[in-house]
Design a binder for this molecule. Structure first.
Ligand SMILES: Cc1ncc(COP(=O)(O)O)c(C=O)c1O
Length: 399
């Protein structure tokens, strides 16, 4: 293998730990083991029928051609109305770019805004891809950490301390992957006061879990004074509409940033698929409450998992207010042994859980927090109960 010939950019890129873990779980399954995989961030629901029907209709209506790079006008108008209805934000269609998933939106933004050496503050624990996308785009990722004692939320003070003259961009998700934490209106307002005072500083507000929020409506940081000019709001169809495989995400920003993102996308991938966009427009035109049956299920599952985690000695979990993840601190387990193996760190713990309990979780290392692990609870209550039984039994052997 001549992997040393690969570009330095690629050699420096880490593989996605969530995908690696899912692969390990699949390998064990292939060997005949009954593995419960709680490692992937994907709704277990199918896309709602009314959205599938709209895609079929669009195919029959001839939506099979190339689309405008920034997205079909029908969809960008629907997104513009959605921002007004759900977030009280005024984004015109020419400020919106539709991409192949929110992931591509974030890549477009970083490629459009970052020069070598530009620093990007990433609220930590972070979603795995932020770090690698920033590096790939030439930026320098700078983690800004908040632990479980702060409900994994960065305070205005911490943000202020992390800012310097090289900081160009801030990235966070709320509701958060991996922690499930949601910034309240007041907390976002305080962060906005810090950000709006700094020239030439921008923020990516990743709101892809907007509709999986158990608290209140998801506030948007763009709504606060001085923030519309500095915010790039990212969202998409994957999580709230159970449309991961459709690959449709969108962003809205000051027009000059959106135009630059469309320029990047025009050279890399062109516009997203035509009939999927028509279906997404139909989905967004409907009230989001149409998907509440999914949120209600996640809410029930959250209670189930929280009650079980709270009973396991050595695991400390917060009460996530959104998304579908638990990110418990497991550092009290480090050093415990079953006589043969020692839980030396979160990586080893995940390996023990996979090979002994046959439950797949992801090490917190991948999210910038070596003291934690991530479980997704986007799976049935039966499977979650069984997974918790197995984890409890396995960890009881470690003293
Ligand atoms: C916080 C966050 N942002 C963005 C994405 C990417 O979503 P998409 O499927 O739209 O690319 C994910 C998916 O896991 C995510 O968790």
């Amino acid at each position: 293998m001549a992997t040393h010939l690969l570009s330095r950019k690629i050699q420096n890129m880490s593989e996605s730990a969530t995908i690696q873990m899912a692969q390990k779980a699949r390998d064990l399954k292939a060997q005949g083991h009954d593995v419960i995989s709680l490692s992937l961030g994907e709704p277990d629901f199918d896309t709602p029928d009314y959205i599938k029907a709209a895609a079929k209709q669009a195919l029959d209506n001839g939506y099979t051609k190339y689309t405008p790079v920034a997205g079909l006008m029908e969809l960008r108008e629907a997104i513009s109305s959605k921002f007004k209805r759900d977030n009280n934000l005024d984004y015109a269609p020419n400020q919106i770019v539709v991409s192949n998933g929110a992931k591509q939106c974030i890549a477009n933004i970083c490629l459009a805004l970052l020069d070598p050496g530009d620093e990007v503050l990433i609220f930590t624990p972070y979603w795995v891809s932020y770090f690698e996308i920033v590096k790939f785009a030439g930026g320098v990722p700078v983690p800004v950490y908040a632990g479980i004692e702060d409900d994994y939320k960065v305070s205005p003070q911490k943000l202020k301390e992390a800012l310097n003259e090289k900081t160009k961009l801030i990235i966070y998700s709320s509701p958060s992957n991996p922690t499930g934490s949601v910034y309240t209106t007041e907390e976002l307002e305080e962060l906005a006061k810090v950000i709006s005072n700094v020239n030439d500083l921008f923020v990516i507000a990743d709101e892809i879990y907007e509709y999986i929020n158990f608290q209140e409506k998801n506030p948007s940081i763009a709504q606060f004074p001085g923030m519309m000019e500095k915010t790039i709001t990212v969202n998409g169809m994957s999580k709230g509409f159970a449309m991961t495989g459709w690959r449709l995400g969108y962003m809205a920003a000051p027009q000059w940033i959106s135009a630059a993102c469309a320029k990047v996308q025009g050279q890399f991938t062109s516009g997203a698929n035509a009939f999927g966009q028509m279906a997404a427009a139909h989905a967004l035109q409907n009230e989001p409450s149409k998907q509440d049956y999914m949120k209600d299920k996640y809410f029930k599952r959250r209670a189930l998992v929280k009650a079980r985690l709270d009973k396991i000695d050595g695991i400390q979990a917060n009460s996530p207010q959104g998304a579908f993840y638990f990110f418990p601190n497991v550092s009290q387990l480090f050093g415990r042994s079953n006589g043969k193996r020692i839980i030396s760190d979160a990586n080893e713990l995940c390996d023990i859980l996979l090979t002994e309990a046959h439950v797949g979780a992801v090490t917190g290392d991948a999210f910038g927090d070596p003291n934690s692990i991530r479980f997704s609870y986007a799976t049935s209550e039966e499977k979650l109960t069984e997974a918790m039984d197995r984890i409890e039994k396995t960890l009881a052997n470690y003293k």
